[in-house]
Design a protein around this ligand. Sequence first.
Ligand SMILES: [Mg+2]
Length: 307
Amino acid sequence: MTSNNEKSFLLQRILQKALQITEWFKDQNFKSYLKQDKSPVTLADYASQIYIISKLRKYFPDDSIIAEEKYIDTFDPDAEKLIKKCFKSLNIDLNLDFKDIINYSGVVSDYQWTIDPIDGTLGYQQGLSYAIGIGYMKSSDLLFSAIGVPHYNELGNAFFIAEKGRGAKISYGDKRFNSISVSKKDNLQQARICISLHYNKPWVFDFVKEAGITNSLQIDSMLKFCMIADGSADLYIKPMNMHNSFSWDYLPGTLLVKEAGGKVTDFNTKDVEFVNERCVITSPGIISSNGLLHNNALNLLKQIKIS
Ligand SMILES: [Mg+2]
């Protein structure tokens, strides 16, 4: 598969099905597990990852895959049964060993896919926003990204696609992709800022107050990058710690915002560098904006006590 248009449609189809999987699980009574870092993982995360990996493995057998979830031995016996039931009811024909496929990392290659089967699992569990993200890079060079967002607006599920040098676009599940671009707002006080709902720090609120921003939106997941990319929001500030920040979380949104004409940097104006599964930054957070607000926001951040 070489055509990038084909890749857009393929990734959209994969995300469309993955969203059906995660939405199917919402109606089920199922267990969630705590990972080593104490963050939650649900059967919906696993089912979504199994499906996405099975497709990427089929279409890109020579590439490497970096996926968020690892198989855990504490699965209860009904877990696999429920995942199979989901696949059956959605006409997904997968006869694979779940453990093998969850842990599948492809072949060693400069071409690497990242998969976040549910970004914003905490929000997902509470019926709030979440997203599913797929990224693609060649030796840290971001090439492609695809993000699926359920119930994005009155048009339904949205699929955001970005391709290096060819812009960012949105589709609502049909064959049409429309270009998107960041907002033109250049007044910080009038900006609409996105901030994290569950993974935030008090200094972000200090920033919002100092900037005189009154329009802020607290939501989970990489949906915040999507909103910067299509101009629904103007600024996003995220506390980050290199030890728990991963490529699957940030790669898709970073490329999307850049291709939509915006910026994503750390507080020293350096690009986030993606090295295998790690995000490398030189400050305790990142900032994403429409570009016009970037320097003003960074200058104000220098006056905030960040701890
Ligand atoms: Mg996740």
